[in-house]
Design a protein around this ligand. Structure first.
Ligand code: ABC
Ligand code: CA
Length: 459
């Protein structure tokens, strides 16, 4: 699947271990956070989510209007304890050729992709090429240490050992280990031709074997850019990279080496504006403009309000009206929306590991206001013509509390009044976009209508 095909999709990010256990075959008490002191220990270990569990809950995702999922890295992890627990999240590979058996078998993964495709849900797999998993209490790169990995078991498969200390130094960021002195992630020598060959073949085979529709690439800024051109070409499907940084010009550069990146710069703007009724919506409008200047194509960027690495939106503010306005923005602005599991259930965990709650304690209720809200906008999004997704938004209004834009034929209005929600009125010039007398319908209730007046304005 290409970037052009992904542009109109809407993605649900799930953590395979935390989304759903196999029906009738799990322990729903595990990671349920029901006040027990075990929770801190449980949340750093496997909670029991599986591929089969995801299959069982695909309709929960579908009914919320999503037509793509992003799943955790699928490869085999170390089973040895570390000070940060185990690799239940999937980012600590031991063997890149084996499937993580905690999640299920290779066949079950294929069944998941097939079951998703049967519902027109595309599957994006998370992949890591920067590092392998860490091993506590062993010295890198002794023979004992190296022998544990497949296939990267030679000294020259790794960079000379160092740990990233200076986050302002790009060379260090690319060549040294993530994870700090306490648990360094062995940094793969992505300049070694043998390593390059292994990775390009690996990604090609992985995508083909399991029939994935896209890849989410981890730790993009920790590998030299040129490596990614060959990697994404070998994958042959839509690629979206994680460049964790707030500066549009730095992040934008990476779009020359892959189809898209996560919209981190916009994310920083969203959390500073939408969580605070006393901020300034004008800054959103400026951020949208600066993204356009820095990226080759903003219509394929992955927009989000939180994920498994950052505190959840509702840990920054408890105001669900603010959350709904932020969601409206990511679901309808230029780019591909990504909603992180648990948002629809009002989860409010803070930093890693607290933002990685298991979903089962919610009972997967579909009646929650947030679930319904997301479903309404997602379903509206799916009725839109392709011109919506290729066109850029045009600002209709921006002042301290209100931001509105036109995109194709739609008018999207957001506020940061939050629960305080005073009555406000604005007059928006529609600049000939609609004929006089046209009725615009509020998609949130499908009832309220406003009519374009004789001056071509709505209000
Ligand atoms: C574990 C523990 C943590 C502990 C940590 C040291 O070790 O769980 O409690 O603090 C995986 C696991 C994690 C695990 C790590 C390390 O591995 O999920 O639980 O943490 O072992 C990706 C994934 C992420 C994954 C990895 C590693 C990478 O999404 O889930 O983590 O495979 C950096 C990386 C980024 C990575 C992220 C977690 O860390 O670049 O790829 N995410 C700055 C830096 C960023 C940095 C970020 C967070 O801080 O620039 O590079 O991300 O530490 C803005 C600036 C930004 C700045 C922010 C904080 O402020 O513009 O540049 O970001 O204003
Ligand atoms: Ca590296």
């Amino acid at each position: 699947r290409t970037a052009a095909e992904w542009r109109s999709r809407t993605i649900y990010q799930l953590l395979t271990d935390r989304f759903a256990q196999s029906p009738g075959n799990g322990n729903l008490q595990l990671c349920a956070n029901n006040g027990g002191s075990n929770y801190i220990n449980e949340i750093r270990h496997y909670c029991g989510g599986t591929f089969t569990g995801i299959i069982d809950k695909l309709d929960y995702i579908k009914s919320m209007g999503f037509n793509a999922i992003w799943i955790s890295p699928v490869v085999k992890q170390f089973e040895k304890e570390t000070k940060y627990g185990l690799g239940w999240h999937g980012y600590w590979a031991q063997d890149i050729y084996e499937i993580n058996s905690h999640f299920g078998t290779a066949d079950e993964l294929k069944q998941l992709v097939a079951a998703a495709h049967a519902r027109d849900i595309w599957v994006m797999v998370d992949v890591v090429a920067n590092h392998m998993g860490p091993q506590q209490d062993l010295t890198p790169y002794t023979t004992e240490y190296l022998n544990a990995y497949t296939p990267f078991n030679k000294t020259n498969h790794y960079h000379d050992f160092c740990v990233i200390k200076d986050w302002g130094n790009d060379d260090e960021i690319e060549r040294c280990c993530l994870g700090g002195d306490e648990l360094p992630l062995p940094d793969i020598n992505t300049e070694n031709p043998q390593v390059i060959d292994i990775f390009y073949n690996w990604i090609k085979d992985l995508v083909r074997e399991y029939n994935f529709d896209g890849i989410r690439i981890d730790t993009v800024k920790h590998v030299r850019k040129e490596f990614w051109s060959g990697f994404t070409a070998a994958a042959g499907v839509f690629s979206i990279g994680e460049m964790f940084h707030g500066d549009p010009s730095k992040v934008g550069e990476y779009q020359n080496y892959m189809d898209a990146v996560l919209g981190y710069p916009l994310f920083y703007n969203i959390i500073s504006v939408f969580t605070n009724p006393f901020s300034d919506m004008g800054s959103v409008s400026r951020a949208v403009q600066s993204m356009r200047g820095a990226f080759k194509d903003v219509t394929v960027l992955g927009n989000f309000i939180d994920n498994h690495d950052v505190p959840r939106f509702l840990s920054r503010t408890q105001d669900r009206n603010l959350l709904k306005n932020a969601l409206t923005f990511v679901l309808l602005t230029d780019g591909i929306p990504i909603v992180y599991q648990g948002t629809e259930q009002g989860f409010n965990g803070g930093d890693d590991p607290w933002n990685r709650e298991a979903l089962w304690p919610s009972n997967y209720t579909q009646s929650s206001d947030l679930y319904q809200f997301i479903a309404t906008i997602n379903k509206f999004r799916q009725t839109l013509p392709s011109s919506y997704f290729t066109s850029l938004s045009v600002e209709a209004w921006a002042n301290d509390r209100i931001y509105a834009f036109f995109k194709d034929r739609a008018l999207v209005v957001m506020t940061i009044y939050g629960t305080y929600d005073p009555m406000f009125s604005i007059q928006i010039k529609t600049n000939g976009l609609y004929n006089i007398g046209t009725e615009l319908v509020n998609i949130l209730n499908c009832a309220e209508k406003i009519t374009v007046d004789n001056n071509g304005e709505v209000g």
